[in-house]
Write a protein that binds this ligand. Structure first.
Ligand code: SF4
Length: 473
């Protein structure tokens, strides 16, 4: 999972609710009369990014506009993450900082959504009485209805109930609801049945539910007809998808949709990597050469204690099969250090696995117990200093591997789908290769949304630099 880092700074200008896109064609969408301003803070993974986009869409259609100014906001939403202790504490501290805003403007609606909302429920309002709404992970579709209820009744509302299905929200009335315009994220499933011993997700996102494949295909077709080229399938465990078709079947159907040029997905569980799915990397021309496959630890005893249901040998076997199916495929993963009982030998096994796989990107964390999970009952016996030292050692090794992988890309030519203008260099744009590597190069913003060929000239710590050598298409 990728973790965002959002804070309360730079809150100056007002913007349309849909990030970065003006409402130039209001006839395309049905928007109620302007009601006020909303500010959404998003924490955590891509699932939360997508949920924030859904909330933006719902509120925009109800007449709310986005502001970056906390003072001006009539609704403030914290879309939260509780997967790590640090993220959880940050949410509570930022909520505390909203008290003065509520004092100054009593009509302000403060809403908490996402995993912290699901986990805390009514307790959150008891601890933070300035919060008006606690909306669980399955109830986002009720957002505008509950905002109205608060505005009329002026009393807090809480809904953290779980649903049997994922409601299909109509988010694609036009390009305005897609950010950036050439890439769209689609939820194919949510929740998790795996109960890894350290993880709060099954408790806050609920059991696995898959969306019907026909709804997904219909949504992707709509995206394609509105100009989307890259589709990103999201779910806590996409490769255990069961929405009337298997996940590989779903990929094959999307691969056949005209207009879609690239398909990505995240997150996958190693125990659900079937041979059929692996073969898709050989047979589907639109499936990107990248997979995010969390391994968490390279040690079998630790994997067992984590309840991951695979061994290091199985994981390495999968990597081998994936490399055979898609030579040049790039790997990213999540890894944790300092899990209860992790010995030096266990940690060495993790480093050894990293050296064997050579990940392009690694999200690394030190273990922190999450209340309510099984491992919270284990003795957290690795001293903090030792956890930090292992994390540093692991990250140093990863930097070295990344530098090595990057240097080998110099001189090679890649297709780059251009995402946006560079924030650092006015004359540059950046985009991604099919391996998910970020490439910066000199170019005009008119290239955004098109694919160009770029020769790599330099490897930077987190990106590549290149020169455009092929025309856009
Ligand atoms: S697979 Fe494990 S780590 Fe991933 S969401 Fe499910 S319980 Fe959490």
């Amino acid at each position: 999972m990728e973790y965002g880092n959002h804070n309360f700074s730079n809150l100056q200008s007002d913007q349309p609710l849909i990030h970065g896109i003006d409402f130039k064609h209001p006839e395309d969408i049905c928007i109620s009369a302007m009601k006020g301003y909303v500010k959404i803070f998003t924490y955590g993974c891509q699932m939360n990014d997508l949920d924030s986009l859904k909330m933006c869409s719902l509120l925009a259609q109800d007449g709310w506009r986005e502001t970056q100014s906390l003072k001006k906001a009539d609704i403030i939403i914290l879309n939260t993450c509780s997967v790590r202790q640090k993220a959880y504490e940050k949410v509570l501290s930022n909520l505390g900082r909203l008290r003065p805003y509520k004092r100054r403007k009593p009509s302000l609606v403060i809403a908490v959504t996402g995993c912290v909302a699901q986990q805390e429920g009514a307790d959150l309002i008891e601890r933070m009485p300035h919060v008006d709404m606690v909306l669980g992970t399955h109830q986002l579709h009720r957002l505008t209805e509950l905002v109205h209820e608060i505005l009329i009744r002026r009393s807090p509302v809480i809904d953290t109930s779980f649903s049997e299905e994922i409601p299909s929200l109509d988010l694609v009335p036009g390009k305005e609801f897609i950010r950036p315009a050439h890439r769209a994220y689609t939820n194919i499933m949510q929740g998790c049945d795996n109960y890894c011993s350290y993880c709060i997700v099954p408790y806050v996102r609920g059991r696995e539910i898959s969306r019907d494949y026909q709804h997904i295909i219909e949504e992707v077709r709509k995206y394609a007809s509105s100009g989307v080229k890259e589709i990103f399938l999201l779910g806590q465990n996409v490769n255990s998808y069961r929405g009337g078709r298997t996940f590989p079947d779903l990929l094959r159907m999307i691969n056949d949709i005209d207009g879609i040029e690239r398909i990505r997905f995240t997150t996958s569980h190693p125990k659900d990597m079937s041979d059929d799915l692996i073969s898709c990397f050989a047979s589907l021309d639109k499936l990107c050469d990248h997979i995010h496959l969390p391994f968490q630890s390279g040690s079998n005893p630790v994997l067992k204690a984590m309840n991951r249901n695979y061994t290091r040998e199985t994981y390495l076997g999968l990597i081998e099969k994936l490399r055979a199916a898609g030579p040049g495929i790039a790997f990213s993963a999540d890894v944790m250090v300092g899990f209860p009982g992790e010995t030096h030998r266990d940690f060495e096994d993790t480093l050894d696995l990293m050296e064997r796989v050579r990940f392009d990107l690694l999200f690394s964390f030190k273990y922190s117990p999450r209340p309510g999970t099984r491992s919270a009952g284990f003795i957290d016996d690795i001293p903090e200093q030792e956890k930090l030292s292992r994390l540093r050692q692991l990250q140093d090794m990863q930097k070295r591997i990344c530098a090595d992988i990057g240097s080998k890309r110099i001189g090679r030519v890649y297709d780059v789908l251009v995402d946006a203008r560079s924030s650092r260099h006015e004359d540059q744009v950046f985009g991604r290769t099919t391996h998910n590597a970020i490439v910066n190069f000199s170019g005009d913003p008119s290239l955004i949304g098109s694919t160009v060929t770029v020769e790599i000239t330099r490897a930077n710590p987190n990106s590549l630099t290149g020169e455009q050598i092929g025309a856009m298409r």
